[in-house]
Design a protein around this ligand. Structure first.
Ligand SMILES: N[C@@H](CCC(=O)N[C@@H](CS)C(=O)NCC(=O)O)C(=O)O
Length: 212
């Protein structure tokens, strides 16, 4: 396998799961072509796409003949493929620490955050339910406290340097801090968030896309 192939990411730029992949690729300096797919662009329920990703969701990564889907699996694949072991530690204990936050993002924070996001950004103002938004807001507020506590005394989620844990969780944190909602102050989470906001790759692929 060479390192010179062109990677293709299928997925719209305003998907948080696509954003993780684009952020990682920018961090490791790997060029890619991104093709708008899903949401307002469609294409992800068509036979050609379903042949690559039977779930019909984005993102899907194409690396020559290799097709990878599930955003966190794509993050691990790319880190292994390009030897980014600072982002995806080889040491089993450190790796398990990073991976638990990736799994937590996918199983716990992601679904709660998506419900909140959709109840505001993807719902016309006339159809929004204040009670529903409030119940999603409360759930997210609790989950972000979990992160606030774990970040007490840690520069990044995985330790001193950026890891896949930060990349998996960063786009959802952007949404949490940008949605027009009341939030507790979250001292440690805010410090960590300000730190990732300084990274050009995060600014380009997450902040630069905005809420849509
Ligand atoms: N667990 C999957 C979830 C993928 C997913 O639900 N993607 C959403 C966008 S964030 C999607 O494809 N929605 C349908 C669409 O965009 O048309 C992953 O992490 O890749």
């Amino acid at each position: 396998m060479t390192n010179e192939s062109m990677l293709t990411v299928l997925g719209r730029a305003n998907s948080s799961n696509v954003q993780k992949v684009m952020w990682l690729l920018a961090e490791i300096g790997q060029p890619c072509v991104r093709v708008d797919m899903g949401g307002q662009f469609g294409g992800n329920k068509e036979v050609d796409y379903l042949r690559k990703n039977p779930n019909g969701v984005v993102p899907t990564l194409l690396d020559m003949d290799t097709v990878v889907w599930e955003s966190n699996t794509i993050l691990r694949y790319l880190s292994n493929r390009f030897g980014a072991f600072d982002l995806y530690p080889a040491d089993p204990v450190h790796r398990a620490w990073v991976e638990r936050w990736m799994d937590w993002q996918l199983s716990t924070l992601g679904p709660a955050n998506t419900l909140l996001f959709q109840s505001i950004v993807r719902t016309p103002v006339s159809q929004r339910s204040a009670d529903l938004i409030e119940s999603h807001r409360e759930r997210n507020a609790k989950l972000f406290f979990v992160l606030d506590e774990v970040l007490d005394g840690r520069r990044y989620l995985g330790g001193d340097g950026l890891t896949l844990a930060d990349i998996a969780i960063g786009p959802l944190t952007y949404r949490w801090f940008e949605l027009p909602l009341e939030r507790p102050s979250y001292k440690h989470l805010r410090r960590w968030y300000d730190l990732i906001c300084q990274r050009p790759a995060f600014r380009e692929h997450v902040i630069g896309i905005g809420l849509s």
